[in-house]
Every structure is written in structure tokens, then in C-alpha cells.
Design a protein around this ligand. Structure first.
Ligand SMILES: [Fe+2]
Ligand SMILES: [Fe+2]
Length: 132
């Protein structure tokens, strides 16, 4: 199973990519399609690896962690919804450029707070419970 170190590297990389989305959003969506394509693809693959690896392993080992895992899974799903909101805001950027910036900010905040929760509450438990 993939270790916490790799997941932490992914987080840093994904935070850079979501910052790119915000930068494009502040320029009326210039370059946004490419930036968003890269971010959502990588975010999806990161969360699938977490769900099949770390989350599943912790689910089996700790009943106490299950409510946290369920809440983190909901946050993974919420990113899909935010991707639709971003797409829609991008399509209407000429009428409402502020909305695009707002949705991009929501996405960046959501991503940062999800990673912070994993890093603060989940990864230390993973290292405690799953290390040989
Ligand atoms: Fe995650
Ligand atoms: Fe993560």
C-alpha cells in the first residue's frame, strides 16, 4: 500500500494546481480549462488511491476512525460537485466573472481544509496503526 509520504507529496502538488485554477479564474478564465483538467484528473486519482489503500486499511482496523473516514469520503465527493460549479461559472464568465473567482476560491479552500484534516487527524493514526 502507498505510504503517507507519497500522499503528502500529492497534497503539495495538488495545492499548487488548485492555485493555478485560482490564478486563471482571476484572469476571466484564461487557461482555466487546462488547469482544471489537470487538477481534477490528479485529484481523482489521488482520492481513489486513498480510498482503496489507506482508508480501507484504517476502516478495517479502527472502528473509532470510521466517522472521520465517512466524513472525508463525503469531502472527496463534494469535489465532483465543485467541478460542475466551476464548469458552469466558466461558461458564464463574461456575464459574471466574480462568480468564477468565488467558485475557484471555494474549491481551493475545500481542498486545503480536506488535506489539513487528513494530515492532522488521519495520517498520524495511519502511521501508528499500520506501521510494521
Ligand atoms: Fe482525501
Ligand atoms: Fe489526500
Amino acid at each position: 500500500m502507498e505510504g503517507v509520504e507519497e500522499l503528502l507529496d500529492d497534497h503539495k502538488e495538488l495545492l499548487r494546481k488548485v492555485a493555478d485554477i485560482q490564478r486563471c479564474a482571476s484572469q476571466r478564465g484564461k487557461g482555466l480549462e487546462d488547469a482544471a483538467g489537470v487538477f481534477f484528473e490528479d485529484y481523482y486519482s489521488h482520492s481513489v488511491r486513498e480510498e482503496r489503500g489507506l482508508y480501507r486499511a484504517l476502516w478495517d482496523r479502527s472502528r473509532e476512525l470510521r466517522p472521520l473516514l465517512e466524513s472525508l469520503l463525503d469531502e472527496h465527493k463534494r469535489v465532483v460537485e465543485l467541478s460542475f460549479q466551476l464548469k458552469k461559472a466558466f461558461e458564464h464568465v463574461q456575464d459574471d466573472p466574480v462568480r468564477l473567482e468565488m467558485v475557484a476560491r471555494n474549491l481551493a479552500n475545500h481542498t486545503a481544509s480536506h488535506f489539513a484534516r487528513e494530515e492532522r487527524n488521519l495520517f498520524p493514526e495511519a502511521q501508528r496503526l499500520l506501521s510494521p
